[in-house]
Design a binder for this molecule. Structure first.
Ligand code: C5P
Length: 205
């Protein structure tokens, strides 16, 4: 599953993993963790050697760290995600995860295009920028962040632009991806639509 920031793919991927009894990997948390580790080490986000080092020595046990979920770390993640050596190190981690025999639900920006081009089912989750900003704003308010809707909107638009226009592995739907627009869908409706896509694809395989 791929899609832009706050498109709903995270919630959807978790729910689908529960439904199909599969492991789930949120690859955005890998880029976020690399950004966190560079910042904690007091290095610059565009220091390619430090970034490569952080990606190679990533501790998978730290991926649930709540500190990864802040807007600042999200912005920082998009900066390190442009670095080839970071993507290469994380590619290996993702391929190991994807190679489990029973399969997995993996979500990110380049899963259908680069990480798992052979995936049985690819879903590209979209939603309008206004809807995504609204969702992220509500999430952040719930955990007590002090940020305005306008700031979130601007950050999401800027991060989309950075993710779509970067030279390596830009955000885009794979040619064989199913598009799922969740702008007017609640989580249950989006989940049902995704299950239908997956079940149909599997029955035709
Ligand atoms: O999905 P999430 O918002 O946590 O991702 C944070 C950032 O990590 C994205 O904006 C993107 O720059 C980067 N990313 C990526 N490739 C992925 C997943 C995330 O470049 N597969």
């Amino acid at each position: 599953m791929d899609g832009p920031a706050a498109s709903g793919k995270g919630t959807l991927a978790k729910k689908l993993a529960g439904h199909y009894g599969l492991a789930h990997l949120d690859t955005g948390s890998l880029y976020r963790a690399v950004a966190r580790d560079i910042l904690t080490a007091g290095k610059a986000l565009d220091d390619e050697a430090a970034a490569a080092d952080a990606a190679q020595s990533l501790e998978s046990g730290t991926l649930n760290d709540p500190a990864l979920r802040t807007p600042e770390v999200g912005q920082a993640a998009a900066r390190v995600a442009k670095i080839g050596a970071v993507r290469e190190a994380l590619f290996k981690f993702q391929r190991v995860f994807a190679s489990r025999r029973e399969g997995a639900i993996i979500e990110g920006r380049d899963i259908g295009t680069v990480v798992c081009p052979e995936a049985d089912v690819k879903i590209f989750v979209e939603a309008s920028t206004d809807v995504r900003a609204e969702r992220r704003y509500k999430e952040l308010m719930e955990v007590g962040h002090d940020i305005s809707y306008e700031e979130i909107h601007a950050q999401i638009a800027a991060r989309d632009e950075a993710d779509r226009s970067r030279a390596i592995s830009p955000l885009r739907p794979a040619e064989d991806a199913h598009l799922l627009d969740t702008s007017d869908l609640g989580i249950e409706a989006a989940f049902k639509a995704a299950v239908k896509l997956i079940d149909t694809a599997i029955s035709q395989a």
